[in-house]
Ligand binder design. Sequence first.
Ligand SMILES: [Zn+2]
Length: 90
Amino acid sequence: MKTADCTRLPQSAAMSRMLVWIEEQHFLGFGCPECGWRFNASGAPTGTSFDEMMRHFELERDREFSSHVCADHPRNSRLDGTPLIQALNC
Ligand SMILES: [Zn+2]
């Protein structure tokens, strides 16, 4: 999951918020740059092929990202230090 598949990013990702790849001391994955929300997959991706698993993973990720409320996830950078946030520049 190190490489973001830019061709699959929904056009709507350019809304107000944008999903970003985050590398922190205790977390490596996708998250919200505006708050402390991080995506944790609810389980192993299901599917009969890698493409299908990726599709399910991305669907769940995008759905959870778009439905989270920033105010409910205050950033806790005081504990983790400054997170390294890289925007997905496609
Ligand atoms: Zn947020």
